[in-house]
Design a protein around this ligand. Structure first.
Ligand code: AMP
Length: 471
């Protein structure tokens, strides 16, 4: 035995004793006080929980995303939450806010620079190349939903972890793809009950843009003193970004700025006109917005954003946005030209818009007060009275659940009043009541929650009866 091993057992009791000593030293009152003052853990700044009262709505957005994506024949994909940081630097651009200020970057154990994904497009484009999707029938249409990370200053509608519903069409350059994507984003919001306003512009090809940028920089220099501090820096770093600055001074200074649309090549102009014509065909309203440029380097031609409530004055009020990115895949390693376009909608902002709408609709009514705390609704509620009834109920609910009928219940509660109150909160139309007498008779009572009218039926016929009542 090595001397090291010998000494080990001697140490253990000493440590235990120390702990015991400390415990003994603290009187119960002091220990209680110490526990009280212990700091509780907070969520990391800018990262939010979804609590049960929001869970139903959150899942409804996922369902709506899946349903619309499948109806447009998109396949579901998932990419890792982390990618090599360089992927984002290369695709989004070095001078962009996301890469320069907002990306969470760290070195992993092997010294590789890793980033938490700040957006989906670059990862999905990387995945398309990695998996040789070019050999699949084109275009490849994919959708995903999940968390993204940007180290921005948190405020309402702007978080450090947020979620997007994202769709991409890779391997096709046709204005009809852009129109279809826009209609899909618009219809997703409409399905959730939100009327979106689409702002649209074209920023042309990289070449169109270079000529325009020279002109724009000249103009911005002449207005330098009117611009905010951020925009003064942007003149040399990312002049296009000045165009969608929300500061009043900057907006005024931009009134006579050259418009990118006038610098588009004939091909880009035609392309843009076709996108608009398809939108007209689909009867999707849009607002031509010459200052809309989007923040990232990879965009070409069509760019768009979606708003509700006409809330375009605040920078964080867009619910989503997207556009064409014909050069990105080649930039990150595709062997041939692979045009593409896509959009992303922020789910936290959709949720804020839905809450606002719901609040406006409920103003004056007391619906919220009588709602189940987790927003759970069930058409049927099973209530029981007494231990024997509870046992029988457990088995009956299980068998109904297996046959596809979902019921609310609160088996731990003894009082019928408390159970029926819960049924009310769950908006149940009918309660099934099982007491001692019904256990003996092999029956249950079905109570209409609105009229209070009760019916006695055989336990064997519950399923049949409930199916007749089902909405
Ligand atoms: P972007 O990728 O910046 O074009 O953003 C697309 C959409 O994602 C925005 O319109 C927002 O709805 C949402 N989004 C972007 N950044 C954030 C953030 N920091 N917090 C919450 N939502 C965000």
């Amino acid at each position: 035995m090595s001397p090291k091993k010998k000494s080990a057992p001697a140490k253990k009791p000493a440590t235990k004793k120390k702990v015991a000593d400390k415990k003994e030293a603290l009187s119960p009152a002091v220990a209680k006080q110490e526990k009280k003052t212990q700091k509780s853990y907070q969520n990391v700044r800018g990262m939010k929980d979804i609590v049960p009262s929001q869970g139903g709505q959150w899942l409804r957005m996922f369902d709506a995303a899946r349903s619309i994506a499948e109806s447009y024949c998109y396949g579901y994909v998932e990419t890792p939450i982390v990618e090599q940081a360089q992927l984002f630097v290369k695709s989004l651009g070095r001078g962009t806010d996301v890469v320069e200020k907002e990306m969470y970057v760290f070195e992993d154990n092997e010294g590789t620079k890793i980033a938490l994904r700040p957006e989906f497009t670059a990862g999905i484009a990387r995945s398309y190349i990695s998996h040789g999707m070019l050999s699949l029938p084109q275009p490849v249409k994919v959708w995903t939903v999940g968390p993204l990370f940007r180290h921005d200053r948190p405020q309402s509608g702007r978080y450090r972890q947020f979620h997007q519903f994202n769709c991409e069409v890779i391997g096709e350059r046709n204005p009809v793809s852009d129109a279809e994507l826009i209609s899909m984003a618009y219809n997703f919001l409409r399905d959730l009950g939100l009327q979106a306003e689409i702002h649209i512009n074209s920023i042309g090809t990289f070449e169109d843009r270079q000529n325009y940028i020279v002109e724009l920089v000249g103009y911005l220099r002449s207005k330098r003193s009117y611009l905010c501090e951020n925009c003064k820096k942007r003149i040399s770093k990312n002049p296009l970004r000045v165009l969608d600055c929300k500061e009043l001074g900057c907006q005024e200074a931009l009134e006579d700025a050259p418009q990118i649309i006038e610098w588009l090549s004939a091909a880009s102009k035609d392309f843009f006109m076709s996108v608009l014509e398809y939108l007209d065909e689909l009867r999707i309203p849009y607002v031509l917005t010459p200052t809309l440029v989007r923040g990232l380097d990879y965009y070409t031609d069509t760019v768009f954003e979606l708003f509700v409530d006409g809330g375009k004055e605040q920078s964080q009020s867009a619910l989503g946005g997207g556009g064409r990115y014909d050069g990105l895949l080649e930039e990150i390693g595709a062997r041939e030209a692979t045009p593409a376009s896509g959009f992303a909608i922020g789910l936290e902002r959709v949720m804020l818009a839905l809450n606002k709408k719901e609040k406006e609709e409920q103003e004056g009514s007391d619906v919220a007060g009588s709602r189940h705390p987790a927003g759970i609704e069930r058409q049927f509620f099973f209530a029981q009275l007494g231990e024997q009834a509870r046992r029988r109920t457990l088995a009956l609910i299980e068998s109904l659940r297996k046959s596809g009928i979902q019921l609310g219940s609160s088996l731990a509660k003894g009082s019928l009043k408390a159970q029926l109150e819960l049924a009310d909160k769950m908006k149940s139309t009918h309660s099934i009541i099982l007491g001692q007498k019904e256990v003996q008779d092999g029956t249950v009572i079905i109570r209409d929650m609105d009229s209070g009218i009760q019916e006695i039926i055989d336990q064997k016929k519950i399923e049949h009866h409930l199916r007749k009542l089902m909405k």
